[in-house]
Structure formats: C-alpha cells, structure tokens
Design a protein around this ligand. Structure first.
Ligand SMILES: Cc1cc2nc3c(=O)[nH]c(=O)nc-3n(C[C@H](O)[C@H](O)[C@H](O)COP(=O)(O)O)c2cc1C
Length: 158
C-alpha cells in the first residue's frame, strides 16, 4: 500500500504530528503550502485565516499540488480555523481530483470542537471513503501513543 500524509500547518504542531505519522506509515509527507503565507502573529494572523475559512475561499496554493491518484490511502491533517476547515486544505480539495479516495482525517485545534471541520471535508468531497477520523488538541507534548495507534489502524485496513 502506498500512503501519503497531506497536511497544512501554520505554527508547526500539525507538521510535527504529520512527520511522526509519515514515519510510522512509511508514507510520503506532503505539505500544502499557501502561496502567500498567513501572518505569523498578531490580529491579522487570525483575521485573514478566519475569514478565508469562514467564507470558504479557494485560495492560491504553491504548485505542484500533491497528486492523490499516486496513493492508495491519504491521511489529511488539518487545523481548525474559525471553527471549521482551514482554507488551504479546503482549496486543495477543490483543486485536485479526490473522487472515491480512501482517507483518514485528522483535525487539530486549540480546544475548539473539530466536528464542523471534519464534516466540511466530507461535504466538500462526498465520495471520499473515510476510513476513520481523530482529533488532537494543541499541547506542548503530542500524544505519540495515539499517533502510533492511528498508524496501526490505517495499516490494518484492507
Ligand atoms: C486563523 C486561525 C484560526 C483558528 N481558529 C481556531 C478555532 O476556531 N478553534 C480552535 O480551537 N483553534 C483555532 N485555531 C488554533 C489552531 O487550530 C491550533 O493552534 C492548531 O493546533 C494549529 O496547528 P498548527 O500549529 O500546525 O498550525 C486557529 C488558528 C488560526 C491560525
């Protein structure tokens, strides 16, 4: 099976999680990169990212984008922005063909409910075959055991 971990990360928490996941799965690690990155701090960091997410803006991403057709299973790891799916992952889903892809979904937040974020992924590509989903809350120490369990769960899928 060929796996890829596709992620978007502003502050590095999801990047770190994705690196461990990719290592455990022997997967390709594929970041989604915004052509013009969000500000790293201050009011506009949250304002611009929050507005993009709220209004489902299809934004410009660095090319080439990962090609989903090259993989059997994709892990999609995304932050929760303004209570919903972040715009870079939303835009990725709109810009590539994800029809019928097998995916495992991961939402990462600072404590907000991940449900709407995960549901937006499923609503954006209704044909996705969702193998499972998990959520993480930002903390100084990543729950690495949970990441190991997710990796094993994915490997156990046929
Ligand atoms: C634009 C923006 C909006 C956010 N909105 C929320 C939110 O609504 N609820 C929440 O719990 N966390 C929110 N966060 C926090 C991120 O979801 C959280 O910090 C996540 O761990 C970020 O992962 P990263 O470090 O890989 O970027 C937001 C962060 C940003 C930058």
């Amino acid at each position: 099976m060929k796996y890829a971990v596709i992620y978007y990360s502003v502050d590095g928490h999801i990047k770190y999680l994705s690196e461990i996941l990719a290592k455990n799965l022997d997967a390709d690690l594929l970041p989604i990169i915004k052509e013009r990155p969000y500000p790293k701090k201050g009011f506009f960091k949250y304002f611009i990212g929050g507005m993009d997410a709220t209004f489902k803006r299809n934004i410009v991403l660095k090319q080439p984008l990962p090609d989903p057709s090259s993989y059997d299973v994709l892990v999609l790891a995304t932050p929760v922005h303004a209570g919903t799916l972040c715009s870079p992952i939303y835009s990725f889903l709109k810009q590539v063909d994800m029809t019928n892809k097998k995916v495992y979904l991961i939402a990462h937040s600072r404590g907000g409910d991940p449900k709407r974020c995960l549901q937006t992924i499923k609503d954006t590509v209704p044909s996705l075959k969702v193998l499972g989903e998990s959520s993480f809350i930002e903390s100084e120490n990543l729950d690495e055991q949970k990441v190991v369990e997710i990796s094993q769960f994915i490997k156990d899928q046929k």
